[in-house]
Design a protein around this ligand. Sequence first.
Ligand SMILES: Nc1nc2c(ncn2[C@@H]2O[C@H](COP(=O)(O)OP(=O)(O)OP(=O)(O)O)[C@@H](O)[C@H]2O)c(=O)[nH]1
Length: 806
Amino acid sequence: MGEQVNPFDEASSVADNPKTASIGSSVIPIVNRLQDIFAPLGGSFPKINLPQVAVIGSQSSGKSSVLEALVGRDFLPRGSDICTRRPLVLQLEHRPRRPNTDDDREWGEFLHLPEKRFYDFSAIRREIQAETEREAGTNKGVSDKQIRLKISSPNVLNITLVDLPGMTKVPVGDQPSDIEARIRTMIMSYIKHETCVILAVSPANSDLATSDALQMARAADPAGSRTIGVITKLDIMDRGTDARNFLLGRVIPLRLGYIGVVNRSQEDINQDWSIVEALNYEENFFHNHPVYHGLSDQCGIPQLANKLNKILEQHIRTVLPRLKAELNSQMVAVVKEIRTYGEDIESKAEQGAVLLNILTRFCKAFSHMLDGRSREMSTTELSGGARIHYIFESIFVKSLEEVDPCDGFTDKDIQTAIENATGPKDALFVPDEPFEVLIRRQIARLLDPSLQCLRFVYEELIKMSRACEATEMQRFPVLRRSVDEVMGKFLCDGVKPAERMIANIVEMEMDYINTSHPNFLSGSKAVELAMQHLKSTKMGTNFGESRNYVEKSTMTERGLKSRAILAKSVANGYVLDQGSRPQLNNDKPPSSGNSTGRTSGISSLFGGSESRISSGGSSSSKSFGEPMHDVVHLPTTVQLREPPALLRLSGVHTEQQELEIIVIKLLLRSYYDIVRKKIQDFVPKAIMHFLVNHTKRNLLSTFIQKLYRENLFEEMLHVQDDTVVKRKRTREMFQVLQQAVQTLEEVDSEVTSRSSISSSSIDTATGLPKIQGLSSPIYTTSNSDISSHTPSLNSFKSHRLLHSWE
Ligand SMILES: Nc1nc2c(ncn2[C@@H]2O[C@H](COP(=O)(O)OP(=O)(O)OP(=O)(O)O)[C@@H](O)[C@H]2O)c(=O)[nH]1
């Protein structure tokens, strides 16, 4: 006794002591093996996160002593007074042994002292004490601020253990009056998590039935599926009493049962007993004790470690299927990749077959994509032929729909066109020319969007051809480039006739303005509507309404030629008839003398103003032999101003002019509508015929013509230089994965045979044992050990549990 353990000396570790078992000792080989499996697969593989273990109990119940014994290292402050005053989160980190090195030392590292390694474990204990005092003071104060300590060693498992301050009732020193509630809240924040295994420590020398630890554990884990009861200080119970009934679960039943332990007493600590010595003492104690002798499964730190190890093994067993699934999906990916690298193709016949196959598949994929029969059809966005339909309907047709037929010219422009068309005379009727000039101009504007639509479809086809490049084509860069080139040229060639056809359609429309079209608005209707509009404008009503009405109502009406109809229009009170002179509706005599330049002597079609017809009678009554005017040559008194070089209309319209403008606009709208509809119909047809369907029909024959040539086989099927390397590497990876799957199967059956927890009693979410059925009483079963059932691999597999991964 009293022999000091040298922490540097690995031989002194409990983990290596064949007589003892520390936490994770049985799990380490499994985890190591798993790591060996996954190491060659790279860092992408997820880690196995084991559950956290938290030690709870009343003050000085022996929590730190239990934790130390489980880890097998002396490094925690222990004592009869309050020692743990801040939560200590102890992260054990497995460091693989490095071959051919002797640096297998263990060290500790605090989060608050990064990069400082503690190789001396008593220095770790001193730092824990110092750091506790820095935060919680020296006078028994408690803080919930964690101390985080990482222990790195080749002998530990990756697991986190938490030592928590003990529960107390009466505040002492600097402790606040609500210390009890505060500590309980702190403890609960750790043990409430489903993945936390609770070690509920109760000292045997106090009333076990009122154990604070068991009460709290029950609150956090009502099913009792992750709580192990630990009874300490069995060596200092009242003489004549023992904890047998408690250990057997007869007082407070607990699903995972109880383990009784004997740690070092304060005196042992003072005498520097090592952990190994303490464990030897404990072993002897139970062996020689008349009551506990028969309860060897429930007594001793090694039994506690065993119980915990089984839980950890079970957890690993729970995550194994997930690992397998992960391996399998990697296998699938690798097999897929191997396929992209293909095999070496030697003979010409083979090369020809491969090339033809690739080209045929490409064309099929292209066709399928166009027709919406692609296997990899997206459900999140439009693709293939649906995009072309969208271009036609939602872009092209809709955009033409939104064009205003009178866009691009003003009323003044229309009036100027009318004036110019009548030449030096005043017109009898509204002439055809302005209407034709303007409608041609508007039809010409349809060409650009039509060609744009063609370009959009062309670009779609290019995109689709890229998307169709089958995986096997990826490894033949020359073939890929050639297919791109042939496709590009082929599509370009298809664009040209489509372009010509579209230009022809527009030109045809511009070349002959068919005012006899059945849907064209009749001139008389146009005049009528124009007059209605003028009238309603005067009355303040909205012309838009009447115009809409007109457009609808006249679509089917057979139109008459504008000139003829206009000549029979009614305007401003005059009845106009072709070839006859306008008659005034009233008997107003024509005024004489003050005729303007616009009066021509013959009434114009819209010649409604008196001034425009007033001088007609007198001039027509003169004979040819007579001079036109009676000119009296007097000295010039009035100087005419020179006409300006650039003549423009003022923009102020007479009512008559306004009427003419409206008529022209109505006719423009009506005719433009007819043309627009034709263009909306013919342009997509031209594109489909000359470009899209042509491509579908003739692509394969073009490919065969251009690329399927024996002298090109070699060149076309030349693989990328790194393909050979990749092919080799992927095949090796496939073998590694195959090996990994096999090893995993072995580990699985190994763990299954070792694990003694029934698969049906595993919580699928946490990997921890669970209670069957909610109706069963909490902390119910007697202390019948969790090891009573050993499931077969098949029974385990049939359950197909969920696995907890983080
Ligand atoms: N005789 C005997 N003494 C024990 C046993 N377990 C712990 N002790 C002593 O009880 C005292 C408290 O032990 P700790 O391990 O510090 O208890 P703790 O629960 O961590 O204490 P706090 O963290 O301060 O709440 C120490 O003096 C230990 O030596 C035991 O099984 N038998």
